[in-house]
Design a protein around this ligand. Structure first.
Ligand SMILES: Cc1ncc(COP(=O)(O)O)c(C=O)c1O
Length: 375
């Protein structure tokens, strides 16, 4: 056990600005006494993200509410085709809209919804396709768009992991009707808690403004039964400071990813889940797949064994959303309909990944994974 790390190495660490910079932002809020409801820092963040994501942006208190209200703004009904390999929030957002999820199997390469399996699942009740850019690697947006056009379906992307991802240089926000982002503390760009919907149709933006603010269009006019999902000034102020750090963080993560790749590349039974060459990843997570038959150990064994060395990886995502009580009775949720997802769910493991993880920590984790294979 001489390889044991002195300090625990967690799967992620929040990217935080200096406390001095945060203090400056707080002082501004205190001075103006404008703490929520479209304050100046909220407007500034919205504008910066507009430019960065090259599309219209509406900010929210978190990504889950953003997705719930984004779906609501599209006025969908019936069934929505989606992936079971995602965080519970994706499927729950459908449930909160009284929409039935129809689970579609995933690709074994990028672990995103498999567009070749979508058409078979379309019925007269289908109103939309909800894809997830899993781990920040984009879905096959071209094929999804073709299918959506053919059957007149809406397309929604859960881009919780995909801030800054691009396809052939085009931001992923340019695909689908709307894209949701999460700005949770675990995300590369964070506002501690927070989220956004990007859209191109101004009418969707207007609906979102009403939906996230009780349906109020002015202090005495309630246009629809909305909810409270607004981002406040302190979240926005922190976001403005975090935003200044993200390019450097991405560069650092790129370096860490390359390092992991270099040291893991030749270990039999380990595959690195990564983006295609024409795509730019968001560098949100570093994920491997462990093939038990080749590697000789299960993913669960590796996950537990790493803990003995003070390394905290994450079985992300686990379990599949199609296994939850509320969804498991749907025909599409049955294991035989989701062979790839049911195999992958036992193999994926997120390794510690953040810009300031030390080089010797990354090499140490890779050495452990090599030792486990050889033992
Ligand atoms: C794929 C996916 N969708 C949705 C969410 C929910 O976002 P939030 O935590 O901002 O509500 C997450 C959170 O990590 C996620 O990973």
């Amino acid at each position: 056990m001489e390889r044991i790390f002195k300090e625990p190495i967690y799967v992620t660490r929040p990217l935080l600005p200096s406390i001095k910079d945060v203090q400056g932002r707080l002082e501004e809020v205190w001075e103006k006494r404008w703490v929520t409801n479209n304050g100046p820092q909220h407007s500034e963040l919205e504008k910066i993200l507009n430019d960065y994501l090259q599309t219209e942006v509406s900010l929210f208190s978190n990504g889950t509410l953003a997705l719930i209200l984004g779906l609501k703004a599209l006025n969908l009904s019936g069934e929505v085709i989606t992936t079971p390999f995602t965080f519970p929030a994706t499927t729950h957002a459908l449930h909160w809209n009284n929409l039935d999820p129809v689970f579609c199997d995933i690709n074994s390469e990028d672990l995103n919804i498999n567009p070749d399996k979508i058409e078979d699942l379309i019925t007269e009740k289908t109103s939309a396709i909800l894809g997830v850019h899993v781990f920040g690697n984009p879905c096959n947006v071209e094929k999804i768009e073709q299918i959506a056009k053919k059957y007149n379906l809406r397309v929604i992307y859960d881009g919780a992991h995909a801030f800054g991802a691009k396809i052939n240089g085009t931001p992923i926000t340019h695909f689908g009707d709307i894209t949701m982002f999460s700005f949770h503390a675990t995300k590369l760009f964070n506002t501690i808690e927070g989220g956004a919907i990007t859209f191109t149709d101004r009418r969707i933006g207007d609906q979102l403004s009403l939906l996230k603010n009780f349906g109020l269009s002015d202090p005495v006019t309630v246009q629809l039964p909305g909810i409270n999902a607004k981002m406040n000034e302190i979240q926005a102020g922190i976001g403005l400071e975090v935003f200044k750090l993200i390019e450097r963080e991405r560069e650092n993560r790129k370096y860490i990813k390359d390092l992991y790749q270099k040291y893991l590349n030749d270990i039999p039974g380990i595959r690195i889940v990564t983006n295609h060459n024409n795509e730019e990843s968001s560098y949100q997570y570093f994920v491997i797949e462990i093939n038990e038959e080749v590697y000789g150990k299960t993913r669960d064994w590796v996950h537990k064994e790493l803990e003995k060395y003070n390394v905290f990886s994450r079985r992300y995502f686990y379990p599949l959303c199609s296994e939850f009580d509320w969804y498991k009775e749907y025909p599409s949720a049955q294991k035989e309909n989701l062979p790839v997802a049911n195999k992958i769910i036992k193999q994926v493991l997120s390794l510690p990944f953040y810009g300031d993880i030390e080089v010797n920590q990354v090499i140490g984790i890779c050495d452990l994974l090599r030792d486990f294979y050889n033992s």
